[in-house]
Design a protein around this ligand. Structure first.
Ligand code: HPA
Ligand code: ZN
Length: 315
């Protein structure tokens, strides 16, 4: 039924690798690493995937990531995601990874990076999927800790294209990271940031003006500020929108309230992405399908959204 959506060539520009950890793989890695889990089985874990806001999700997402211990674990996680891309005709991906989620548990930075990067390189060779990797800072941690992470990353500078900013948005405005983003840009890295998911339009302004971002991750609250809307239309600043994520985290009460098609028709360069597909009920095709089912997205709109994703690539 959604074959035509699946068949559209697409890029995915907003995907957290840790959020692609399916419960089955999570249990398999727990067994391999001899980790006791607080859930009895896959079904019990899946039934915990009910969230009222971003923070409730993040608490479970960080708990789940604890099973990732070895280079092979990070490879297997990334490879499983790439197989999904292949099945859904995602021909290019720019995934995020959160090094601090792992280094704070004592996993060396290079273990995380080597596993992820090797899978991405193999994905280019064996599956024909091109990539650009984005190192994302956790915004609930300090500026100093972000600087430390950037320093750990610099020996591997060529493995990334950009830095990003994720985790708990409210109370952690982009300005908190202006200096570390300046430093990243001085190293030739591009910048993106989550802004306007739960946070106000002011956070989007800061991300644009202080962090000099190339794309806004989420950005759905831009619609509350007409001057901001004009700017993102005039400058054609892409938004990486994640419809299933937004409904699962109650950013919108219902998919029928989602503003992505309204933005598209106003000329905003919006794209469709999965964010944390293992937790939110689907990969890119399922996100397109939700827009078709609930918003009456036309074939022509779907094609424009897919084309936007290819146009909004950083590499
Ligand atoms: N928002 C903020 N941080 C995140 C998200 C998100 O949607 N997913 C994973 N980390
Ligand atoms: Zn995200």
């Amino acid at each position: 039924m959604y074959d035509w959506l699946n068949a559209l060539p697409k890029a995915e520009l907003h995907l957290h690798l840790e959020g692609s950890l399916e419960p089955e793989l999570l249990f398999a890695l727990a067994e391999r690493n001899k980790i006791a889990l607080p859930w009895n089985n896959v079904e019990a874990l899946r039934s915990a995937y009910a969230f009222n806001n971003l923070q409730e999700f993040l608490d479970l997402y960080y708990a789940g990531a604890d099973v990732l211990r070895t280079e092979q674990d990070f490879y297997d996680l990334t490879w499983a995601y790439l197989l999904k891309c292949k099945a859904q005709n995602v021909i290019h991906t720019e995934p995020f990874f959160d090094p601090q989620t792992h280094t704070d548990r004592g996993i060396p930075f290079e273990v995380v990076l080597r596993g992820i990067k090797q899978a991405l390189v193999d994905g280019e060779k064996q599956l024909g999927i091109s990539h650009g990797l984005i190192l994302s800072f956790l915004r609930h941690l300090s500026e100093e800790e972000a600087f430390k992470t950037l320093e750990q990353a610099m020996p591997f500078r060529d493995a990334f294209i950009a830095v990003g900013l994720d985790s708990s948005e409210m109370g952690h405005p982009p300005r908190k990271f202006q200096r570390v983003f300046d430093k990243a840009r001085s190293e030739g890295l591009l910048t993106v940031a989550h802004a306007g998911e739960e946070g106000p339009p002011e956070y989007i302004w800061e991300a644009l003006d202080l962090l000099k971002i190339e794309r806004i991750d989420h950005g759905v609250r831009a619609i509350e500020d007409e001057r901001l809307m004009q700017r993102i239309i005039d400058e054609q600043i892409p938004l990486t929108v994640c419809p299933l994520s937004n409904t699962k985290l109650c950013v919108f009460d219902d998919m029928r309230q989602h503003n992505i098609l309204q933005m598209l028709e106003r000329g905003v360069k919006v794209t469709v992405n999965s964010d944390d597909p293992a937790y939110f009920g689907g990969y890119v095709t399922e996100n397109f399908a939700a827009l078709y089912d609930s918003l009456g997205m036309t074939q022509e709109q779907a094609k424009r959204l897919a084309q936007n994703s290819l146009d909004a690539r950083l590499v």
